[in-house]
Design a protein around this ligand. Structure first.
Ligand code: SF4
Length: 335
């Protein structure tokens, strides 16, 4: 899809025509200009020649039909986006970079390095692709999470532009409260976000309650230790009045012990009070790491809850198509 010539093509057209064209692309989610019946045939022809709408992507569906993964190509860079369906909810996880430089040890994306930041139009296209997919089923994208390939805060401006575009009533009209930005803890980004006055949600990928353990899993922790990170998150809560999601990937024998659970509960209560939820994420084994057993996750969860920390656990999406947390590698196969 390439709409770079669109403004030029429409420059002599009346205002209402602009609206018709943008409506067709971003509200009716057309896949071909021929579907835009209210646009004159001649103009449709020009648009067809100059503004291709096709989004180059390979699609994989999980056996339980709850997860759909798209491997999307942006000028030779493959990035992955995932649609997760539960009840009436359709949540899309978008990538913000082609690859990632953060090097989290448990994450397949982290092994790739970062090829480049995505433009906001490329982030938006990942949502558009799934809007088109859901249109046939009379459904819409309800939530967007910036948790795919890449560290969103290292592509801050384009991510914020994408949030505004997706939120715009004239385009996707997805509520800001239905969007979440996840970060490994890039402090400058969290500070900036707290001043944006957006209702978007913030998620912190914590994964350990001690600096020693966190630094062994996530190299970023050597730059911004847990103390510094949670102080900035506390400021974010103060400025925005919003609750923060603390992501905790459950790694067998690594960060899932009873003592880590107690330590985590005490740390979060001391630093963030009650303004948080912990999301315990079931991990999909990669080389070197295994996911915690359901029994261990239950034990861990019970300790947090007993200590007064709110906990959620989401359905494990898309393991069979390598669409789950830490599995995105931008490959056109799922072997
Ligand atoms: S977990 Fe996120 S930030 Fe860490 S390497 Fe993977 S994609 Fe990058």
């Amino acid at each position: 899809m390439n709409l770079s010539k669109l403004k030029d093509i429409l420059k002599d057209q009346p205002k209402f025509r602009h609206k018709q064209v943008y409506d067709a692309v971003y509200r009716q989610f057309i896949s071909s200009w021929q579907e835009a019946g209210n646009i004159p045939k001649e103009l449709r022809g020009i648009l067809w020649e100059n503004c291709p709408l096709k989004i180059e992507a390979d699609i994989f569906k999980s056996k339980d039909k709850k997860t759909v993964k798209a491997v999307v190509c942006f000028d030779d860079n493959f990035v992955e986006s995932v649609l997760m369906r539960y009840g009436n909810q359709n949540s899309v996880c978008v990538s913000t970079q082609a690859g990632c430089n953060m090097g989290c040890n448990f994450c397949a994306t982290g092994k790739l390095g970062c090829k480049r930041n995505l433009l906001y139009t490329e982030i938006v296209q990942q949502v558009l692709l799934f809007e088109r997919y859901l249109k046939d089923k009379n459904q819409k994208v309800t939530n967007v999470v910036f948790m795919g390939m890449g560290e969103p805060m290292l592509n801050y401006n384009e991510v914020v532009k994408a949030v505004h575009f997706l939120n715009d009533k004239d385009f996707f009209n997805i509520g800001a409260r239905k969007m979440s930005i996840s970060t490994v803890g890039i402090i400058d980004g969290i500070k900036k976000l707290s001043k944006e006055y957006m209702q978007v949600n913030l998620a912190i990928s914590l994964n350990a309650a001690s600096d020693k353990l966190r630094s062994s899993l996530m190299p970023v922790n050597k730059r911004f230790g847990i103390d510094k990170l949670l102080n900035v998150v506390a400021d974010y809560i103060f400025y925005t009045g919003r609750e923060v999601m603390v992501e905790y990937i459950m790694l067998r024998g690594i960060n899932d012990s009873v003592s880590q659970a107690y330590k985590l509960a005490d740390l979060l209560k001391e630093k963030l009070g009650k303004h948080l939820k912990v999301n315990l994420i079931e991990f999909n084994s990669t080389k070197g790491y295994k996911g915690s057993t359901p029994q261990q996750i239950n034990k861990f969860r019970a300790i947090l809850e007993r200590k007064g920390v709110k906990v959620i656990q989401r359905y494990k999406f898309g393991q069979d198509i390598k669409a789950a947390c830490g599995q995105l590698v931008g490959k056109k196969t799922i072997k």
